[in-house]
Design a protein around this ligand. Structure first.
Ligand code: FMN
Length: 396
């Protein structure tokens, strides 16, 4: 997949810079053409000669260096690359990228570049968790920058926690995935709802369900890997929020609908994978509900998010729903597809051993407007997400 691809590895000043040598070596072995750009600090950690030898090309390190043939190097490099990956990406580099600074070779190049930019952050846990770093990350992700998430473990600073750079093999795999799928969702904004919602009964109690949000998270991760800008609107989920997406946490169905409306005009494809709690309290109590032996609650329907979407469809949008049922699944899914004016619906069995809510695996039946059904195998939710996108893409 990487054969002949032109990849720039940006190395900034962290201990993990030594791992970038392995990254360059692996990319070369995979057939990619590789160039390396380094910050000044990075050169304190690993010499440019190491990267020049591995890449077989002079390292770009100074905006004002005189090129052998006249060209503006930052522009020439930006035009040349099919992808840029910053590994390690320091806290400082993330801040500079977020601000759009152009104060050295690396940031000037990044600002002149319009293609896919990957970041593999690496830093001390406190630096990683600092609100400034997290804000910068959010800004970058919102701009479509793709993050290869740092892992947890023993860090060079002696601490244990998040902030360890992703392994070079995993970074190569991310890039392979990007090129393998042909970035088919590049330029598309995909809105995905996921997880359960919580409908408040009183200050401490709520109605919810067993959804973990994993299916929606996998759909979001897969869409991001295929080049989409992903708006991920999620309820309180127990599965991790995927990297590389713009995540908007909400609690209730009403809040979820409000976020969907906010991003609706920009959305090309919407996937409604959230398990919205169907009922909310008619009047959530301000104080804790006191009851005797019996308690009667009056509930009303929560707003129908997919239904709103179908009613407010913009030209060219593709709408995909989910229908989780324990009985008459296909029949109910077909009714929902029609009633909510969707293009596709994933009928998702619940109550079956090993699939659906709280399970690692899933199986779905994808139904289109003409009533055509296609059943997936039972597989890991990530695989099911890929299976669904392979079918959605052909309709876009
Ligand atoms: C020994 C040492 C290790 C460092 N490791 C990291 C690191 O892993 N991540 C990070 O963000 N900064 C790290 N720093 C701090 C950066 O080198 C410093 O913020 C620098 O300004 C980054 O510049 P750059 O982003 O232009 O490369 C380290 C500094 C030293 C002295």
């Amino acid at each position: 997949m990487l054969n002949g691809r032109k990849i720039i590895v940006v190395v900034s000043g962290g201990i993990a810079a030594y791992k970038s040598a392995d990254l360059v070596s692996r990319l070369k072995k995979a057939g990619a053409e590789v160039r390396v750009a380094m910050t000044r600090s990075a050169q304190e950690f690993v010499g440019a000669v190491t990267f020049e030898s591995l890449a077989g090309y002079p390292v770009y390190q100074d905006v004002f260096e005189r090129p052998r043939a006249w060209e503006m190097e930052h522009i020439a490099w930006a035009r040349w690359a099919d992808a840029i990956v910053a590994a390690p990406a320091t806290a400082h580099l993330l801040a500079r990228l977020a601000l759009g600074l152009a104060d050295d070779a690396v940031t000037t190049l990044a600002l002149a570049y319009t293609g896919p930019l990957y970041i593999a952050p690496a830093m001390n846990s406190a630096m990683w968790q600092h609100p400034a770093t997290q804000e910068n990350l959010k800004t970058l992700l919102a701009r479509g920058v793709k993050m290869i998430e740092p892992g947890e473990g023993a860090l060079a600073c002696g601490e244990v926690g998040p902030g360890r750079m992703a392994e070079p093999a995993d970074i190569v795999e991310e890039l392979e995935k990007y090129f393998a799928t042909g970035a088919e969702l590049k330029g598309k904004t995909v809105l995905i709802t996921a997880g359960p919602t919580r409908e408040k009964l009183d200050p401490i109690r709520f109605i919810s369900n067993r959804s973990t949000g994993r299916m929606g998270a996998e759909l979001a991760a897969e869409a991001a890997a295929r080049g989409a800008r992903v708006i991920f609107v999620h309820g309180p989920m127990s599965a991790p929020v995927p990297a590389g997406v713009e995540a908007y946490p909400v609690e209730s169905a009403r809040e979820m609908l409000a976020k969907v409306k906010k991003f609706w005009a920009k959305t090309h494809i919407a996937v409604f994978a959230a398990a919205v709690a169907n009922y909310e309290s008619g009047a959530a109590e301000k104080g804790k509900i006191k009851g005797g032996d019996k308690l009667t609650l009056e509930l009303k329907r929560t707003p129908d998010i997919a239904g709103w979407a179908g009613e407010n469809r913009k030209k060219g949008q593709l709408l995909v729903g989910f229908c989780a049922e324990s009985e008459n699944l296909i029949e109910i899914a077909k009714q929902k597809l029609k009633a909510k004016k969707l293009d596709l619906i994933c009928a998702n069995p619940i109550g079956e051993e090993g699939v659906g809510f709280e399970a690692a695996e899933n199986r779905v039946v994808l139904i289109d407007k003409s009533g055509k059904e296609e059943a997936s195998e039972q597989a890991d939710k990530r695989e099911i997400a890929g299976w669904i996108w392979n079918r959605v893409k052909s309709r876009k």
